[in-house]
Ligand binder design. Sequence first.
Ligand code: SAH
Ligand code: SF4
Ligand code: F3S
Length: 466
Amino acid sequence: MTQEIAIMSEKPATAAEIPPIRKVFVKTYGCQMNVYDSDRMTDALAKDGYVSTDVLEDADLVLLNTCHIREKAAEKVYSALGRLRDLKKKKAGEGREMMIGVAGCVAQAEGDEILRRAPSVDLVIGPQTYHRLPEALKRVRRGERVLETDYAVEDKFEHLPTPDKARTKARGVTAFLTVQEGCDKFCTFCVVPYTRGSEVSRPVAQILAEATKLVEAGVREITLLGQNVNAWHGVGADGAEWGLGELLHRLAAIDGLARLRYTTSHPRDMDEALIAAHRDLPQLMPYLHLPIQSGSDRILKAMNRRHTTAEYIALVARIKAMRPDIAMSGDFIVGFPGETDADFEDTMRLVETVGYAQAFSFKYSTRPGTPGADLGDQVPEDVKAKRLERLQELLLSQQRDFAQACIGRDIELLLEKPGRMPGQLIGRSPWLQSVNVDAKASQIGDIIKVRITGAGPNSLFAEAIS
Ligand code: SAH
Ligand code: SF4
Ligand code: F3S
């Protein structure tokens, strides 16, 4: 799970499938799992006659799916709620109702505070209770203000509808699939164990059923999601205990599923079967997001990451030995409490050693309730800012070098969506880069051979080859 992204809900479903009784506007903050959850909530609401809209003013229900990972992410929610309060008032003046719901990790962490600070909010619902959303909305319509943040005893995924074919088609040829949720690692900076709860793995049969449905709706690439996706485990069809490596093997056998990815992995959970899957499965893309956070052993210890830089470097070497063309991606935090200049230089050196095709880096943000918040020796903001600037410069130069090295290479491209220019499509390289190529809209979903001809700041350019 990585960068903060804000994505609107998918295009409205056609009137033929669902009667357009009510409209829901979903705004998604945070990580890919929130994107996945927003789709699941939209699917659950469709059963009650809700259709998605991307016009805020038209919405009968506005749902913010929020992120708590850094202070800024959480604060965004309150400013959005301020704007929504005004819109709700305006609409009420016109005799139109608008319900406001807050979902996601801020809802889980600060449910009571949201209800207190934002009286216009009708519903607060945490990630573990999304299957109760339709019921919660009924209670709102009866005049209640609803807070649903208790961990559910029932299996959320059993009660959430699986992706609908028409809506899946509208969402495109790539899809997310949550296989694991929650975290037991308790890194001292991180809120996720508190917002997503403890680690839960979805059962094999459930995952296979959902993946098969996605593929039947035209999905060619599935990204398995989990806060610690490689901690996934379950009982396989053969009765044996499976890890993510075995699960990937089984998923790769689904006819029509061309590509697999998974994110986010913890270095401690990269087992041999998973590493070997990178060698053995052509469907498994040669790209791995494997955050280390810091290159200083002292800081890694204080962060409770429970591994050293040497172990991480050795792990990357083992993975590269299995799959030499694998591109590494990572996350970094600068300015964790107690981080000295020397610790930061260790991070710079680690980045030089590993070499990242892509990475996300952040200034440490103190999160209430985490052990990091109680540590002395907080690093001043200006020091964090300077360190972040230097780190990002280095990471960006590595990313550019990686893109430049692709020029002249022949690669396979999964054509995903229309490009900016007419007659152009955007596809994904095996290494997750966006690539522009001349191709027909009817080719979306195809995997074609292209030669990379150039690299822009955010994407590559290519020509189709036969
Ligand atoms: N489960 C993933 C990360 C989830 S959070 C993992 O173990 O790597 C995504 C990223 O946000 C983290 O990798 C970390 O780099 C960043 N992050 C988390 N908490 C943060 C904090 N308090 N301040 C700054 N960045 C943070
Ligand atoms: Fe957060 Fe650490 Fe868990 Fe990742 S492994 S979600 S960084 S506590
Ligand atoms: Fe944010 Fe929650 Fe994801 S805190 S990063 S939305 S797991």
